[in-house]
Unconditional design. Sequence first.
Lengths: 146, 665
Amino acid sequence: MRRIRVREDVCSGCLSCVAACSTMKMGYSSSSSACLHIDLSLLAKNRVRICRQCSDAPCAKACPEHAIIQLSKDSIWIIDYDKCDGCRKCIAVCPFDAIFWDSLQEKVIKCDLCGDTSPACVDACPTEALSIIDFLPRDGKKGRET
Amino acid sequence: MKSICGWVGSILCVDLTSGHIQETETSLYTHQFMGGRGIAAKIMWDLTSLDPSVKPLIFMTGPLAGTVAPFGGRTIVTGYGPQGYPHEWYARSTFGGHWGPELKYAGYDGVVIVGKSSSPVYLWIRDKNVEIRDASSLWGLGICGTQESLQKLLGFQTRILTIGQAGENEAPIAVIQTETESAAGQGGFGAVMGAKKLKAIAVQGTGAVQVADPLLLQHRSKLIRDEIRLAGVFVGGKLNSSKVEKYGERWYACTQQCGIRCVASRHYSNVPGPVTGQSRSGHAHCTAPGFAGRGKGSFYDWDLGFEAGFDLACMANDFGINHWELHFGIIPWLRHCQQTGTQTHLDGLEINVSDARFWAALLRKIAYREGVGDVLARGAYRAAKELGWENDFVDQLYAGWGYAGHWDGHGDRINRIVFPFWLVPGLQWAVDTRDPISSSHRYSHMTMLWSPIRSTVNVGTETGAGAKKRKNLSWSQLREASERIYGTSQALDPYSEYNGKATAAIWHANRSALKDSLFVCDWIFPCAFSFNQPDLWARAGSMEGIDFERFLFVATTGLDVGREEFQRTGERICNLERALQIRDFSRCRADDEKIIPYLERREWWPNPLFGNEHIGADPSKFRALLDEFYRLRGWSIETGRPNRHILEQLGLPRVIEALEQKQLI
C-alpha cells in the first residue's frame, strides 16, 4: 500500500503542497479544496494534516453510507461520491483531522494520492517533509515502512 | 467584478477617517502594470493626482500569489515613506508570510488605506466581509502579542500584518510584520500605519485563485523549482545538530510558496533569553543572526552568543524595529563612537555593543522614543545630523536617501562587491528614493558569487546539493553570459570600467519592478546561472533561467507576454515611479548626483582586480555614465526627467499631461 510519509520536523510552512493539491484536483488554488492542510505554528512544529491510509480506517467504519472504500485489499482508501451524502461523520472521527469539508465544492475530500501519478504535494514539497512510501499493513493495525 | 486568471478581480479601498469601504476593479490596471509594484504606483499616481494631500498606504499582491508558482507569495506595501531623506517621498517595501495569498483567497488583490482613524483600530477581512474594529486593547502590545491575541480571537488560520510599539510611536524606522516575522522593513511604513492608528490587518479567506492553465503551471513550477533547488545558491545544507537538539532548529519559509530550504531563514523554539529572561520561539531571517555579532575579523566583531543575539532579534521584532537600519546604520555608528571615544554615553548609558544589556536598553528607547531614542528612531543618518555626531563616518555608511549602504562596495561591510561592479547598484541608488537592492540583488550577487571573485552569500555559505560541485565561471564565460543577458559583454567584464554598466542597471531595474509586481523572490530571480547545468546556464526544460518568472506568469494568467513586452512593462513601472518623484518633489539630475561623493570615496574592500587597491568612483566618469543611463532610458541628459517620446511609447498620456502642466517635461 502506498501512503504519504510526513516529517513535521522539516516542514518549512511554505504551503506549496496545499496549492499544488488544489491545482491538481480542481484546476485552481485554494486551501478550501486541498486534500491536506498545514496548521502553521508560531511556537512549535507545523502540523501536517493528510490522510495516513490507516489500516483500520475509522473514517470508513464511521461512514453510514459505506462511501469510504478500498478498491482492492491493501489499496488506498478513497471516497465513493455516488454513495457519500456529505454527513461529515468521517471528518469527526479521523484521528489525524485529515478529512475536510470543501466549502467551494460542498463535498467531503481526502487525499487519494493523486491516483496513479506522483502526488502533487510530494512533487511540490521543497524540504522532503512529504514523501511517498510503500507501506505493508501489519497485524491489521500498525504498519511498517519498506 | 471581473475574475481574471491570476488576479481575483477586486482591490479593497478603506477610508479610515469616514469608515467608508469600497472596491475597485483590478482589471483596470493589469494590462499595463501587471500587479504588485506596478499597480500600486498607478493607484498612487491616480489618487494623489486627484488630491495631493491624501497619503494612501497601499498593499498589493501579484498574480502569482496564492498559486502553486514557486517563490511567488510575497506582497508589496507602498506609500510616502517617512524614512526617506531629504523628502518623505514615494517608496516601497516588500514582505513575505502568508498574508498576501490569504488576501487573495479572501477575494482581494490589494488593499488601499486612506485617511486616519481617531482611535486605534484594526481591519478584519473575511471573505469580502470587511470590518473596521476597535483595537484599544491591542494598542501598546508588541507584534508577537498582537499576533497571538488576534489569532486567539479570530482563529489560528488568520493571517495578520501588524505593527509594534515602534510603529505606534511613529518611528520612521518602524516595520510592518507578518506572522512569519517577515517584515516590510525599509521605508518606515510601520510609522504610517501608526499615524493612521491602524494596528493590524487580519485576513482569512476560503476562496480560490483561478489559473489559466493548471497543468502547464504545475509542470513549469516543478521544473523551475527543481532547477533552482539544484542550482545550489541560497539552498541550505545541514542544520546545526546542536541547535536542532537544543532548540529544534528547522528551515522556515519566510513566505508562502518558497521552493527551497533557504539559508537565510530558520525557526527556533524555546531558546532561553539571557537578556529579557523570556523563553523565545521564532524565526531568524537575513540580518537577525547578526545581533549576536559575526566574530573576530569581521566588522561586526562582537560576540554576544547565539541565545543573547536571538533574544535581541526577537525583542527588535516584537517592538517592530527595522533590523537592517539597526545592523547597517545605527550599530556601526555607535560602535565607531565607542571605538574612537567621540561619544561614550547615550542618556547616561555607556555605549558598549559587546554588552547585550546596552542593546536591550537601546531598543526600548527607540521603540518608545525615550530620550535620545526619539532621535535614533528616525534612523542614524538623521540622528547624526541632529546630534552633530561624527557626520563624516555616517556619510560613509549611508549611500543616500536616509538608507544605509547595501551591495554598493562602500557602506555595506558584509556583502563584498568591488569596482567596477558596484557601478551598477551605484546607478540604481542614484535614481531611487530608497535602498534599491531589496529587489535588485541579482546583478551584485550573480557577479560576485559566480565570478572568480566568489564572494559568499552574506548570510552563510551555500551548501546545497549543487554547491558540492562549487565552481565559478571564468571572466570570458561571464562576458559571454553578459552578451546573452544584456546584449553587451562589458556589463560583466572586470576591466571594462564604466562601459556597459548603464545597460545592466536598466535591465535589472526593470526586472526588479517586474519581480515586485508578479511577485517572485528577489534572491532567486532572474535566475541566470545554475550549478546544476554543465555550462552553468540555468534552464528548465525549454525555458531559459532568465525567463522563468515570465513563463510562470504566462501559465498563470494565460496572457502570452513575450520577452520584450515583459521588459517593457518593467520599464513602464520604473518611469511611472520616476514621474511620481518629479511631480511631487521636482526630482532631477542634481538630486541623482548627490550619490557621487559617497561613491567617490575609496571602496571598502581591497580590490583583487586592481592589485588589492581600493578604488573610488571618478566623478566625471560617473557623470558620463549617468548621461548614458539617461540616454538609454529616454530621459533628458540635462534634467534626468523622462522625455515626452518615451512616455508616449510607454502609454502614459496622463503622466505627460501632468508633468507638462507643471513644466517638468
